[in-house]
Design a protein around this ligand. Sequence first.
Ligand code: SAM
Ligand code: SF4
Length: 361
Amino acid sequence: MEDRYGHRISYLRVSITDRCNERCTYCMPRELQEWLAREDVLTYEETLRLIRIAADLGVTKVRITGGEPLTRRDVIGFFQQLPSIPGLNDIGISTNGTLLARACSRRPVGDARSAPEALSHASRSEAATEEAAEQETMAAALREAGVNSVNISLDTLDRDAYAGTTGRDFLPQVLEGIDVAISAGFPLIKLNCVLMRGRNEDQFIPLVEYAAARGLMLRFIELMPVSHSDVLDESNFLPVAEARRSLESRYGPLIPEPAFRTNGPSSYYRIAGRNQRVGFIGAMTNLHFCESCNKLRLTCDGKLRPCLGSYLEFDIMKVMRAGATDAELKRFFLDVVERKPEQHDFRENYQPGRMMVAIGG
Ligand SMILES: C[S@@+](CC[C@H](N)C(=O)[O-])C[C@H]1O[C@@H](n2cnc3c(N)ncnc32)[C@H](O)[C@@H]1O
Ligand code: SF4
């Protein structure tokens, strides 16, 4: 799939839930959040059908996101279906990391066992015994299911600051989740740090050292205006160039690595004298940010979005539930790609229409 501006679409970012166990200030407001009703969210079967169609059209990479994807019931069973989709060769997840170390029951790939409430009483206790014996962490289950890349959000290593930004005192669980993910053996684990003036400048160096000690890739991300929350304003925006200078004052000039890409819009640099790369995602200040965009987004309520920073979204759930054939859904994808804008509208006094948590970052 290619759009009018020569963007080749090979990457589908798929949100499977708008729900989250955290309340990040830049992603969702603190006031009571109305979650989507279950019937308004794509079922796993519907999501898999749309991913299959996208893969037929040339998508090779999916990243599953939310909300917090690991809060959705039977998420491992969903991940287990992805590798069988022809054409997909890169399966990732974006997570806040809080549930990676949580125990889940080991379930063989292809086991179509129904939800526990559908089991008879006898088979339920049988299953419980079996499951007690066969527990593993969510991270290990994801790895076994074929996930090769994990993005984990980590804006700070300071517990109070973490609780202040996310609304939850979950830093210990996240750090444990990261260690468990490392043990699970994912080929690529990236830590994502959102830059916030007055909130985490003092954490840039500690985060670089934390990532270095574990061999992880750290990326700094500029705040984007994708929230209703008043936390996002000009006083707390911190450009990637400033974060880079802050690192250079400690490590000396960073060495640009323009040839290094991970399928996304990050610019990578190496720290001199180390085998460590750090990435910078400057959605707001990098004027060439959209040039290499290869992405399409599917929201959990079945909207295809050609761009994170645009109001455009198209209701593919509605046509699918009205009985569209695969050929018609393919046409729908192609029409959405045709409407992909040249670049995002974030610099045009963009007023968010949906919170990030409901789009899927
Ligand atoms: C919406 S979250 C969904 C996945 C998961 N819950 C997580 O936190 O990683 C995906 C990513 O979007 C980022 N994000 C959310 N709101 C943002 C904003 N206003 N500006 C920049 N990044 C944002 C988060 O930091 C996170 O790395
Ligand atoms: S950034 Fe992720 S963890 Fe934070 S509120 Fe949004 S979806 Fe939840």
